[in-house]
Design a protein around this ligand. Structure first.
Ligand code: HXC
Ligand code: NAP
Length: 289
């Protein structure tokens, strides 16, 4: 979507960049000329992804092992990234943990685990990199990956919904605080369903969707456009929001879900299944009255 070299000279850290949407965003940032740090717990996965993306794009990728819940490990990511690339000026808080469960079945530790990865992981990275940008006078850009249920809430993923709502609050708060003082932009993307192994295994398991993934629980059925998202569509938006083309966008959350959450919210959205004959009958009755 963007011009060649739109991210030339940038170094962008993508948490959870070894898999799924993080990997797809990292690939496109590299194609646009950025250098990329990918950070998550599994070094082997990161190394494989780094090799693959470097070969595919010719860009520079630094894989760093890090548990986002541990502040000291996040500080080490900053130190290593700056030692390797000289500076960092973009951060995508994409790492997450999630699973579906009736809330009353969760242990306190299960709740902690998801909230710590999503909310604590995001504020750990944001704080470590924010302190560095402020000290170095770098007008950086932060992009937080949330979900549409950050504002609606959702049954069966309550720890994730609570944590993503917190991340959205951080996004809007820092857009003002760090925007005004330091010129640091903070935005968010709220994706609808984008197939990834990590999300699908945990949120739409075979017990729910069956083998063919076509029943009424398939997320595509909830989307007006009748499909799930394509990774490149999300990567385009992420690259745009981090680039100078979006230099006046700050504190925004951009939804990319084919209209899914609005369809769930609209009182009459389910009526799209009514036939033309039914609509004719309704019109005739209404005119008679
Ligand atoms: C109930 C569960 C559980 C489950 C784990 N736990 N899975 N409880 N149902 N399915 C409980 C465990 O029993 C344990 O509590 C506690 O959670 C911690 O589990 P661990 O396995 O020790 O945690 P850990 O190794 O840190 O792994 C974290 C994880 C795992 C979140 C559980 O799934 C993970 O690594 N996820 C990373 C990737 C991911 O989740 N991707 C999906 C993102 S999709 P006890 O009390 O027993 O010790 C997304 C939005 C999608 O975020 C929106 C789609 C539209
Ligand atoms: P994914 O591939 O499972 O990505 C999650 C990533 O987070 C993994 O790479 C994982 O790597 C990393 N991670 C987990 N715990 C971590 C920790 N403690 N420290 C550091 N990294 C950690 O799933 P995805 O679908 O691409 O999700 C990416 C983002 O999109 C998430 O924020 C998710 O909430 C959001 N999202 C996804 C969808 C969707 O439909 N896919 C919809 C809405 C929002 P390690 O295991 O190596 O740590």
């Amino acid at each position: 979507m963007l011009r060649d070299n739109a991210l030339q000279g940038r170094t962008i850290v993508v948490t959870g960049g070894g898999t799924g949407l993080g990997k797809s965003m990292a690939r496109y940032f590299l194609m646009l000329g950025a250098s990329v740090v990918i950070a998550s717990r599994k070094l082997e996965t990161l190394q494989k992804t780094a090799e693959e993306l470097a070969a595919e794009t010719g860009g520079q990728v630094l894989p760093l092992a890090c548990d986002a819940r541990d502040y000291a490990q996040v500080e080490k990511v900053l130190t290593d990234a700056v030692a390797h690339f000289g500076r960092v000026d973009g951060l995508v808080n994409n790492a997450a943990g999630n699973f579906i469960s009736p809330t009353e079945r969760l242990s306190a530790r299960a709740f902690d685990t998801v909230v710590d990865i999503v909310l604590k992981g995001t504020y750990n990275f944001t704080l470590v990199f924010g302190k560095y940008w402020i000290a170095e006078h770098i007008k950086a850009s932060v992009l937080n990956i949330v979900t549409t249920y950050a504002w609606t809430g959702s049954a069966f993923v309550v720890p994730s919904a609570a944590a993503k709502a917190g991340v959205l609050a951080i996004t809007r708060s820092l857009a003002v605080e760090w925007g005004a003082k330091y010129g640091i932009r903070t935005n968010a993307i709220a994706p609808g369903p984008f197939p990834t192994q990590g999300a699908w295994e945990r949120l739409f398991p075979a017990e729910i969707l069956g083998e063919k993934l076509v029943n009424e629980h398939h997320p595509a059925h909830r989307v007006p456009l009748k499909r799930v998202g394509d990774h490149q569509e999300l990567a385009n938006l992420a690259a745009f929001l981090l680039s100078d083309y979006a230099s006046f966008i700050n504190g925004e959350v951009v939804t990319i879900d084919g209209g899914e959450w609005l369809m769930g919210a609209g009182e009459f959205s389910g009526f799209h299944t009514l036939s033309d004959e039914t609509w004719d009958a309704i019109a005739q009755q209404a005119k008679k009255k």
